[in-house]
Design a protein around this ligand. Structure first.
Ligand code: CO
Length: 164
């Protein structure tokens, strides 16, 4: 278990398409465990492997719900429904937030850390996180599709809210 360095916007690695995982070995498990440590330390909701410099189709999500950290290897979006518009941030775009419209529900098919396929459906924050993280695997960041970024005044309000 170790912390990995989070790559920030401007680094070309974040614009690259990731390759599928083919070996579900100790190296993958170490990556997943390190990503979990890194996500927890950064207090984030999700992290994709390219954000720690690894161009593989690996994503972890922790919405703070009882299901804990969800690991998605080689994930594919198979169904989306509805729409939600809200605030979104990214550990690779520190200190900024934008308004992004995403599906309200998202169903994904993925492999677990042992290579077994499963399906899961997420709503609200989970659906937003699934879409956000899967975009990273194809080299896309939410700022490309944000309706607008929050102003410094709006960011101050959020920061003040966090202290309460
Ligand atoms: Co992100």
């Amino acid at each position: 278990m170790a912390l990995r360095k989070i790559v920030t916007v401007g680094d070309p690695i974040l614009t690259k398409k990731c390759r599928p995982v083919v070996r579900f070995d100790e190296k993958l498990h170490t990556l997943l465990d390190d990503m979990a440590d890194t996500l927890l330390e950064a207090n984030g909701v999700g992290l994709a492997a390219p954000q720690v410099g690894i161009l593989r189709r690996v994503v972890i999500i922790d919405t703070g719900e009882e299901n804990g950290i969800v690991e998605l290897i080689n994930p594919k979006l198979i169904e989306t429904d509805g729409e939600q518009t809200g605030c979104e941030g990214c550990l690779s775009v520190p200190g900024e937030y934008g308004i992004v419209t995403r599906p309200m529900t998202a169903k994904v098919e993925a492999q677990d850390r042992y290579g077994d396929w499963f399906e899961m459906e997420g709503e609200e924050l989970m659906a937003r996180a699934i879409c956000h993280e899967l975009d990273h695997l194809d080299g896309h960041i939410y700022t490309e599709i944000a309706e607008r970024m929050l102003t410094p005044e709006e960011l101050d309000k959020i920061a003040a809210g966090d202290e309460e």
